[in-house]
Design a protein around this ligand. Structure first.
Ligand code: ADP
Length: 956
């Protein structure tokens, strides 16, 4: 009985289902079961849960089939057999199989045409077409389903599909899209393009200071795949819709995340403009841009159709046909949602909608679009600060891209675009480069824009250039306000007091907005907060560009961070603000749960908390800065000094308490083990607040109770700005510790910012951080002077042979240095020879890792020669370095003379039997080596067998 077999041969069946390592077999069997009615659609989707291991899915299927009884088991067993020994396909069906990947890609954009051809030829029934078009399938799944059905119908059906594709290719590839695009659609597309073009041609931040065209000012930011260690380099706008980095094929939502001010809205604006001109994302016939801050004010219930047409562009006629086109061709449509973190509601998938005509509150529509129950197959691009995206939404993401702001060259280009007068541009650049803290800040486009706007203040600045984010915003505050003052008295110390009423009006508006996630204000809101026309003219508020709005004038702050800054001023100045306002701002609930890794185990309520008011954190950072000793003079005569002092003490207490809370989360180390703290992003935020105050005693006090050996700050979105703050605080660590900063975006500027805390750093882990030789030069120049500094890991950066001269110096000078890991960089034999010179003179190194470079035989020979006689080296890795038998023979000599070596890693090289034999011989003289790893070298299975017999420490 088949049911019996499913039970008794479970292990074998499991192995068969998973043998290929891909879910192909499993999915095919599930297809058969679905087609034969043995699985419901729900069963079918449960079998293929993304993110669950293949084995778990396979076990689930076996349990399910067993529970469904004999017939299901029979279909399952037969189906599996058929898949394992497929019937000899006919010659044309075979072609279909051989070309399957290309066909899947091709068919996605012409599914309708192919189905029509199949229908006409009589090979497909309407039922087959419905099966293929099943609305929950993605376009690629639909294409696969079509091919499966065609294969099952034999050569004649296969002929029809191949003939259709061939004809389509001959006619230039756009047969379907071009021929089925109705006239009205083209008209609508034109209208949409011109409306988008009108909205996106100018930069909004320049509202108060003259319109600036996006073309003139747009500078590429650094766009990368989030959490991806592979070197894809910087991506461009087209990659947003491309395949790179896809983690979930079945989702259509792409997240572009980045800090406030990193340029997310500007990037979308650029994308919209290019699409409108037909210069980007040309595969999409329609594109609908949305701003979440604008969607907040939509109080009516809408259907998807009303949302798309009402908010973006209304078709002049044939509305239903155009909407039908969208439903029928989801792969030709894209929607963007800017600023998900500004939406009042946080993502939840509690209420599912399936019908595009069903009206619902806008946020429910949005959530259903993002998770794919509505307009499946339509590309959705959403931007947000990363902390505001909880795990519930993350599981619906196709991929995540991370926008990291400007590169150092980007800063250069941006400043040059801003100042046509090249002498001004070079003066501004020189003054930015002379102050590394400021240079760090300028990686953030919004700060770079401010600094560039305030070039006069910057260049003529008597009281030192800005060091903190608060300094930068104070500078622009002064800059804008002084535009209003007569030029003869530009630098009155009381500039803030002179403009106090207006600042307070804007502050109140900003604060109320931040509290209630409101970023667009109607005239009535302005009136409530007494904002006058003169306050508007100061330039911090700009009129909302909203062509489709009939709601009268509406305003927003130049940038959300500007709103947070005004909100912070309000918190500092106003005596109306509740006594508890400061404490509430720093409330730990906002700081605690913001790490997505930890967020996974939170309840839905907690997750909602976490994204409740994402801009409170930025406001709190400004409050810290504004209440620092350095800026106290500003508040004299603006508000009673005792009040300011009380608030400042409150901030210090909150920061201290927040830090303690993080430290309490450190698990007690087991006997003999090191204590380690994995910092959450909330920790980095606290550190940034402390830095804004720039008072060493506060930093010292905050760390006074921290006793850890290892501080882990991986994947914390740490760029140059955060590095400055970290160094400011961590230099007060009470004992040397390991600092792990892997997988952040520090770059060379970040490395330089970190130097002030290097003396307290035992080991520094900087894997995957975009560091170049220049960063290493600076790091080592300082590291050589730091006694405690003993280990460095630089895996997956941008290091070349040029860095090895510094490393060589480090090895020669520091005779207590223990571990050097340079894996996955660009070091060749030349660099290895340089390194060898350092190794010869070093008597302390225990670990040397060069995995994934290109040192080749001559590099290996140099390293091996330098290590001969080493009494300290325990671990050496030359994995994946193009090392052949020549290198292996040199390493054999090292083996004979290096009594301390325990592990030698030579996996993925091109060593032949000859080389391995010399290693075997050497091992006869060395009893300390525990293993020599040789997987994936040039040996036949028989040779591997023979060598393993000779020496069991060789591992293949
Ligand atoms: P975010 O949406 O991430 O908060 P924005 O796109 O609003 O950031 O950027 C803030 C400001 O920084 C913009 O108004 C603009 O002045 C400047 N900016 C951002 N990105 C760019 C860019 N790529 N080129 C030129 N300026 C930019």
């Amino acid at each position: 009985m088949a049911q019996d077999l499913v039970l008794k041969q479970r292990c074998e069946l499991l192995r068969d289902l998973c043998a290929s390592g891909s879910s192909e077999t499993l999915e095919k069997v599930a297809d058969v079961l679905l087609a034969r009615g043995e699985l419901s659609w729900e069963d079918y989707t449960n079998v293929k849960v993304q993110g669950r291991s293949l084995y778990t899915n396979a076990r689930y299927l076996l349990d399910l089939v067993y529970s469904k009884g004999e017939t299901a088991c029979q279909v399952f067993v037969e189906g599996l057999r058929q898949i394992q020994t497929p019937e000899e396909p006919g010659p044309v069906t075979g072609k279909l199989l051989a070309q399957r990947p290309g066909l899947v890609a091709e068919l996605q954009s012409c599914l309708d045409g192919a189905l029509e051809a199949l229908l006409e030829s009589g090979c497909f029934s309407q039922e087959d077409c419905r099966d293929v078009r099943f609305h929950l399938n993605t376009p690629s799944q639909q294409a696969r389903r079509l091919l499966d059905l065609v294969s099952s119908k034999g050569d004649s059906a296969a002929n029809v599909v191949l003939g259709y594709i061939e004809q389509r290719q001959e006619s230039g590839g756009n047969l379907t899209t071009e021929t089925t695009k109705p006239e009205e659609l083209l008209k609508y597309q034109k209208k949409l393009r011109s409306s988008i073009s009108a909205q996106s041609s100018f930069m909004s931040t320049y509202g108060g200071t003259g319109h600036m065209s996006l073309d003139d000012i747009y500078t590429d930011g650094q766009l990368e795949l989030a959490h991806d260690c592979k070197d894809h380099g910087d991506l461009d706008l087209e990659d947003i819709a491309g395949a790179a980095g896809t983690v979930n094929e079945d989702s259509d939502t792409v997240l572009v995340s980045g800090d406030a001010g990193s340029g997310k809205s500007t990037l979308l604006q650029r994308l919209h403009l290019l699409w409108a001109r037909g210069a980007a994302l040309r595969q999409f016939v329609l594109l609908f841009p949305f701003s979440c801050r604008k969607l907040n004010s939509e109080l009516d219930q809408l259907s998807v159709q009303e949302l798309l047409f009402g908010h973006c562009c209304w078709p002049d006629c044939e509305r239903d046909e155009i909407f039908r086109f969208i439903l029928d061709h989801p792969n030709l449509v894209a929607i963007t949602f800017d600023g998900l973190d500004e939406l009042k509601q946080s993502f939840s998938d509690e209420r599912r909608l399936c019908s595009p005509t069903q009206p619902a509150p806008v946020h429910i529509l949005l959530f259903n679009l993002l998770q794919g129950s509505l307009l499946k197959g339509v590309l959705k691009v959403v931007t947000s600060r990363p902390e505001a995206v909880g795990p519930m939404l993350r599981k619906h993401l196709r991929k995540e891209l991370f926008l990291k702001g400007f590169s150092p060259e980007g800063i250069d280009r941006f400043i040059n675009k801003q100042h046509r007068d090249s002498s001004v541009a070079s003066k501004v650049l020189a003054s930015i480069q002379a102050n590394t803290a400021l240079l760090g800040l300028c990686h953030s486009p919004v700060l770079c824009w401010i600094v560039s706007q305030c070039h006069k203040e910057l260049l003529g600045c008597g009281d030192g250039t800005p060091q903190t984010i608060t300094d930068v915003y104070l500078m622009i505050l002064q800059h804008f306000l002084q535009h209003q003052s007569p030029p003869e008295c530009p630098r009155r110390p009381s500039w803030l007091r002179d403009h106090l009423p207006g600042i307070l009006h804007l502050g109140r508006l900003a604060f109320q907005g931040v509290e209630s996630s409101c970023y667009i204000f109607a005239s009535t809101d302005l009136e409530t907060c007494c904002v006058t026309d003169q306050d508007i003219w100061a330039g911090f508020l700009t009129q909302t560009k909203d062509i489709s709005s009939h709601r009268g004038l509406r305003y927003e702050f130049l940038h959300v961070t500007m709103q947070c800054f005004f909100a912070a001023i309000y918190v500092v100045l106003s005596d109306n603000a509740k006594r508890s306002t400061v404490a509430e701002l720093f409330e730990l609930k906002y700081a605690d749960f913001s790490n997505t890794c930890f967020g996974l185990c939170l309840s839905a309520d907690q997750q909602r908390d976490m994204t409740e008011a994402p801009h409170l954190q930025i406001t709190a950072t400004f409050v810290s800065g504004l209440l620092s000793q350095r800026h106290r003079h500003l508040w004299l005569h603006c508000t009673p000094t005792p009040l300011v002092e009380r608030k400042a003490q409150q901030v210090v207490r909150c920061l201290h308490k927040g830090m303690q809370k993080h430290f309490k989360s450190i698990p007690k180390p087991l006997e003999g083990e090191k204590s380690s703290m994995h910092a959450m992003p909330g920790f980095v935020w606290l550190v940034k607040c402390i830095y804004e105050m720039r008072e060493s005693e506060i930093a010292e006090e905050a760390l006074s109770k921290l006793e850890v050996d290892h501080l882990k700050l991986t994947y914390c979105n740490i760029g140059p700005v955060e590095c400055t703050a970290l160094a400011f605080v961590l230099q007060h660590l009470r004992r040397p510790a390991g600092i792990q900063l892997d997988n952040n975006c520090m770059g060379d500027v970040g490395v330089e910012q970190l130097l002030p805390c290097l003396h307290i750093c035992k080991s520094l882990y900087l894997r995957n951080n975009n560091i170049t030789d220049e960063g290493i030069r600076k790091l080592i120049a300082k590291g050589i002077q730091c006694d405690n500094f003993q280990k460095i890991a630089l895996f997956n950066n941008k290091l070349t042979d040029a860095c090895t001269q510094y490393v060589c110096q480090l090895l020669k000078t520091k005779q207590n240095f223990l571990s050097l890991r340079l894996g996955n960089n660009y070091i060749t034999s030349e660099g290895a020879i340089q390194l060898a010179k350092g190794l010869e003179c070093n008597h302390s190194l225990k670990h040397l890792g060069l995995w994934g470079n290109k040192i080749g035989d001559s590099g290996a020979e140099a390293i091996a020669g330098a290590l001969e006689g080493s009494k300290t080296l325990v671990w050496l890795s030359l994995v994946g370095n193009g090392v052949g038998s020549k290198g292996a023979r040199a390493l054999s000599k090292t083996l004979k003379t290096c009594p301390s070596l325990e592990q030698l890693w030579l996996t993925e090289n091109c060593i032949t039997k000859d080389g391995v034999e010399s290693l075997v011989q050497a091992l006869q003289h060395n009893k300390c080596v525990k293993s020599v790893w040789l997987k994936n070298n040039d040996l036949s299975p028989e040779e591997i067998e023979e060598m393993t017999q000779k020496e069991s420490r060789l591992l293949f």
